[in-house]
Design a protein around this ligand. Structure first.
Ligand code: 13P
Length: 286
């Protein structure tokens, strides 16, 4: 099945109220696991790659993602997650990405609009879709370390102005989620009223970053196998499912995959201390 753009997947998802999973990948094993799971579920999927993942693999993760996407039996978009600037977005477009995110959410509104518009013009000229962001999530956004105290949730009127001005294809909004394994205490707060208010004004697909569920049985297994993950809390499935009915069309998940991968690694290393075949270690799953 050929690669598809982010827009191809997300417009339909918003219209029919389902969510497309965008999963972060850094390597071969994770990429194959994401594609295999999507094929098993007969579900379209987005492979999300950060600049950090590209640097780590000297861009080979992109070749792997494009190769796997092209031969998958389900529609797949290859997406740049949290593109920091115009240059990286253009580099990714040249490499074959079908979707890029430009994240200038830490700038003032006018600068965010101006920078996003530049990327939209270039990307649209070659049929690539663009995700943008306004509002600030707490937690770590790759290079960006945003303090929870300064997290600013997305304002509906600003979101509307921003999308009219930039013509971006989808919009990441700050609604209470955060990146990483520590999303709050108890059941993390999701501002459902805010999602609905933004969706009333923005017809484009909305994106929820920081959507990992952080399965507690995996946290327990990780820690029993020597891990030390403390206060790990994620987004409840019911909150994600509700958000999808309210206008969220793309659900970003990275930490859950890291948690699953590290749990499996710790367990197999503990159970088989004499194993030295890397393939047998990396081939394990939780
Ligand atoms: P998690 O850290 O919740 O997996 O979120 C990932 C993400 O939003 C990537 O953009």
């Amino acid at each position: 099945m050929p690669l598809v753009t982010g827009k191809d997947l997300l417009v339909k998802a918003r219209a029919h109220q389902y969510g497309i999973g965008a999963f972060n990948t850094d390597n071969l094993e994770t990429t194959q696991a994401i594609i295999e799971a999507a094929e098993e579920m007969k579900s379209p999927v987005m492979l999300a790659i950060t600049e950090g993942a590209m640097n780590h693999s000297r861009k080979r993760v992109v070749d792997i993602a494009l190769y796997e996407a092209n031969r998958a039996s389900v529609p797949v978009a290859v997406h740049l997650d949290h593109g920091e600037n115009y240059e990286i977005c253009l580099q990714c477009i040249r490499l074959g990405f079908t979707s890029v995110m430009i994240d200038k959410s830490h700038l003032d509104e006018a600068s965010n609009i101006a920078e996003t518009k530049r990327v939209v013009e270039a990307a649209h000229a070659v049929g690539v879709s663009v995700e943008a962001e306004i509002g600030v999530l707490s937690g770590i956004e790759e290079a960006l370390n945003v303090s929870a105290d300064h997290a600013q949730l997305t304002k509906p009127d600003e979101a509307e102005r921003f999308m009219l001005a930039t013509e971006a294809d989808s919009l990441a909004i700050a609604i209470g989620t955060s990146h990483g394994p520590n999303k709050g205490i108890g059941r993390p707060f999701i501002d459902h009223e805010r999602i609905k208010a933004i969706a009333d004004r923005v017809p484009q697909p909305l994106v929820m970053h920081g959507a990992s569920g952080i399965a507690q049985d995996l946290v327990k297994r990780l820690n029993e196998a020597g891990g030390a993950l403390k206060n790990a809390v994620g987004i409840h499935d019911e909150d994600s499912a509700k958000a999808v009915t309210e206008g969220i069309a793309k659900i970003n998940v990275g930490t859950d995959l890291r948690l699953a991968g590290m749990t499996a690694l710790r367990e197999v290393l503990k159970q088989k201390p004499a194993e030295i075949d890397l393939r047998k270690v990396l081939g394990s799953g939780p």
